[in-house]
Design a protein around this ligand. Structure first.
Ligand code: TYD
Length: 145
């Protein structure tokens, strides 16, 4: 999976983004700014917590949403699927974010206890833009090419 530095062009359909921590002896701080170190405007953020290793989340794609996902604490395994390529990645470092563009099927597995995922999203919550079945996703992904 490609890794780009924050501020560089985000590689579609998904890529890892290396964020620069501002750190000193007091600890570390990472700042993310719309159109400055990520290429989309942030309209919403949400976070996932109280997770359990036995449960799988996600299992959908988006027709009109870009997201940046950061494991600010703990780890989980992402499955990313474009309809042509399927890849897995462990997200487990607060300075390495995962960018996910449109028409990418994603699943989150193997959450560590206490895992906290922060998600920055380019659009408000719109349930109607979700693609919720894998078969439908494959069909729509084909039509995008
Ligand atoms: P869901 O999409 O199932 O989460 P995940 O992608 O992690 O599997 O969302 C869980 C619930 O939260 C569901 O009832 C929809 C609601 N929700 C919102 O109200 N606003 C949001 O921004 C998101 C992402 C979800």
């Amino acid at each position: 999976m490609k890794t780009v530095l924050a501020g560089q062009h985000l590689v579609s359909p998904y890529c890892l983004v290396s964020l620069t921590p501002h750190g000193d002896e007091r600890g570390k701080l990472i700042s993310i700014e719309s159109f400055r170190n990520i290429s989309f405007g942030i309209k919403r953020f949400y976070y996932i917590y109280d997770t359990d290793p036995d449960w799988v989340r996600g299992k959908h794609a988006h027709s009109n949403l870009e997201q940046l996902v950061i494991a600010i604490d703990g780890a989980c395994r992402f499955v990313l699927d474009t309809g042509k390529v399927r890849e897995e990645i462990w997200l487990n470092r607060p300075n390495i974010a995962l960018y996910i563009g449109k028409y990418v099927w994603r699943e989150m597995h193997d959450f560590s206890y206490g895992c906290k995922l922060l998600v920055l999203a380019s659009e408000y919550y719109q349930p109607e833009e979700y693609i919720r079945t894998y078969d439908n996703f494959i069909q729509l992904a084909k039509e995008q090419k």
